[in-house]
Design a protein around this ligand. Structure first.
Ligand code: ADP
Ligand code: MG
Length: 588
């Protein structure tokens, strides 16, 4: 390894070199005698600046810096899934084995196990013309996921050597390609890709398919597409992490990339334990078999936290390129932004709003823009959906991270402190949240759920909005003076809130609910609403209707009707009709 510079100054994770150096922008470097991993973040004739991804205490000016000639990259290959990495893709388990739980000194570890042999099935033949992105081999990476090894995006040529099907490590050559300029490249299961550069695709498609999460307030009211973006802003304890866990567990993505960014370490341990035990509803295997965790918790170096979201999205794009639907959870992007602020402060950059650097917005954009439904280089279709938690101080959504995130995401699932206090979970505010994907998804809901779905959804939202304005009056003068049709609106809104929007993550049936059940629950609620409206228009008082237990029975459908017994829901429609007939017959 060639020394290319000497440390001049150190400020926390930032290291300076004086004078002109041979490094390139974004080059990965080894810093100091300990050879800590760093990245060149600025470069001119007077000075070179390095961001160091490990703890720099003990390092001194005069120590050497070594170049690698490569951009800051991640290693892509089998072994990513069912694994837990730090922000620069070092496996935490291996690090722990070497230096214990706290990373206090430099550790040299490979991202992927270089000794493990994988059962490889080669899918190209000798003499075949191949282009970037083309699949060359398949490996059963975990019980759930078949890994597809691809020609790196920038390589074209002819296959001049292939191995037999068999067991290979990630560093053994699988095929040799002769390129047009006659240079020969060996392709292995493991390849590198720079984290800050999106992996190339053929084209971006508009997505018209939802990412189904099993969470009613999301799927029915504020749906996200496969390839879509969403933010979950909320104050401390309002349920951001819980919501990310629920989506990670139950959404119909093929692969989950879970980035724990600057939050408490034990939360990541929980995810790991939970996911190892929990069954994937689709495959019956452990959820970890389709999951990769990236943990850069609050006790770990701040620069690696900055890198962690790019590491995560690059891994996601890699599985997307294989044709999978990938969903990223980032918890929390606010802690990431704080890392950015701290680094910017050390660089003595001019601060903008609340001390964040002026490039906060563009950095957030480059992250969320990597989401999308794509036609890959190999013509398969895959998607990356990004769901980021935002944790503003004091739950104040006017601060810069929330506001800038809002510009780049198309779903906003705003968590409400008061709802959380009332233990209405998920505490997604139905008044302040939105999804800009509803129009894109209408046809899909019509064809795959029910022709009435979108219309019913709109009615539910209307009732909730009407309730909200009525409550202003009720607070002033009480509900007794309201006319009966408005009393009904308030009662049905209560049924919607308790019976539909509230969803208990700890209840075996309620934790994950199919779209079909969601749609039928809405149908029952709206049928009750329509029949009651009719009775009220015929002069029946609301007090009389409330004597019947039907309202409370509809509220508990979520617990009383098992997820595999949707036929029972028809009984509720009949019971509502009987209730109607009974009232009309005895009070006409
Ligand atoms: P945050 O990440 O916003 O600080 P958490 O996700 O840790 O908040 O949630 C705090 C607590 O709220 C959880 O420990 C849990 O008790 C409760 N909670 C949140 N969402 C739900 C839910 N859907 N069902 C039941 N309890 C919930
Ligand atoms: Mg949290």
């Amino acid at each position: 390894m060639k020394q290319q510079g000497t440390i001049y100054g150190i400020n926390g994770p930032i290291v300076y070199l004086k004078g002109k150096t041979q490094f390139q922008m974004s080059e990965m470097v080894y810093v100091g005698k300990m050879r800590l991993i760093g990245e060149i973040i600025s470069l001119n004739n007077e000075m070179t600046t390095i961001q160091v991804y490990e703890e720099t205490s003990g390092m001194k000016p005069g120590e050497p810096v070594y170049g690698t000639g490569q951009q800051m990259s991640v290693t892509l290959g089998p072994g990513i899934l069912n694994n837990i990495f730090d922000g620069i893709e070092r496996p935490l388990k291996t690090i722990e084995d070497q230096v214990g739980q706290y990373i206090t000194k430099s550790v040299q570890v490979e991202s992927l196990d270089t000794e493990r042999k994988w059962p490889v099935h080669v899918t190209v033949e000798l003499g075949q013309e191949v282009t970037g992105g083309m699949i060359i081999a398949e490996v059963q990476e975990t019980k759930t996921i078949v890994h597809k090894s691809m020609i790196p995006p920038n390589i074209d040529g002819k296959v001049i050597e292939v191995v037999e099907d068999g067991d290979y490590t990630v560093v053994e050559p699988i095929v040799k390609i002769q390129q047009l300029d006659d240079t020969i490249v060996e392709i292995r299961l493991a390849q590198k890709w720079p984290i800050r550069i999106p992996r190339p695709v053929r084209r971006r498609h508009e997505s018209s398919v939802p990412l189904i999460t099993g969470q009613r307030v999301v799927d029915t009211l504020f749906p996200i597409t496969k390839g879509g973006t969403a933010a979950i802003p909320g104050g401390f304890g309002t349920g951001k992490t819980m919501m990310q866990h629920q989506v990670a567990k139950y959404s119909d993505a093929d692969i989950i990339v879970y980035i724990g960014c600057g939050e408490r370490g034990n939360e990541m341990t929980e995810v790991l334990e939970d996911f190892s035990e929990l069954e994937d509803p689709k495959s019956g295997n452990s959820l970890m078999e389709r999951t990769v965790l990236i943990a850069n918790t609050s006790n770990m170096p701040v620069a690696a936290r900055e890198a962690s979201i790019y590491t995560g999205v690059t891994l996601a794009e890699y599985y997307r390129d294989m044709g999978y639907d990938v969903a990223i959870m980032a918890d929390s992007t606010s802690r990431w932004a704080e890392a950015l602020r701290e680094l910017s402060g050390r660089l003595e950059e001019m601060p903008a709003e609340e001390g964040f650097p002026a490039y906060l917005a563009s950095r957030l954009a480059t992250f969320y823009e990597r989401a999308g439904l794509m036609q890959n280089l190999n013509e398969s279709e895959g998607s990356v959906s990004i769901i980021g938690a935002v944790s503003p101080q004091g739950g104040d959504f006017s601060e810069p991270v929330t506001q800038n995130t809002k510009r780049f995401v198309r779903c906003f699932w705003g968590l409400d402190r008061q709802l959380a206090n009332e233990r209405h979970y998920p505490a997604v505010s139905w008044l302040n949240s939105y999804s800009l994907y509803v129009d894109d998804l209408s046809a899909w809901f019509r064809d795959n759920v029910s022709p009435d779905f979108i219309n019913n959804r709109r009615q539910i939202l209307e009732i909730l909005h009407q309730e909200s304005s009525l409550m202003d009056i009720v607070k002033l003068i009480g509900s007794d003076v309201l006319p009966d049709d408005q009393k009904l609106t308030i009662e049905i809104a209560r049924v919607i809130r308790l019976g539909f929007l509230q969803q208990d993550a700890f209840h075996q049936e309620d934790t994950n609910v199919s779209l079909e059940k969601q749609a039928k629950m809405i149908e029952v609620i709206l049928h009750l609403y329509r029949q009651c409206r009719e009775m009220i228009s015929m002069g029946m008082p609301m007090s009389l209707l409330l004597e019947n237990q039907i309202f409370n029975r509809v509220v508990t459908i979520k617990y009383d009707v098992p997820n595999d017994r949707l036929d029972l829901l028809d009984q509720y429609l009949d019971d509502i009709d009987q209730f109607y007939n009974h009232i009309m017959a005895t009070n006409a």
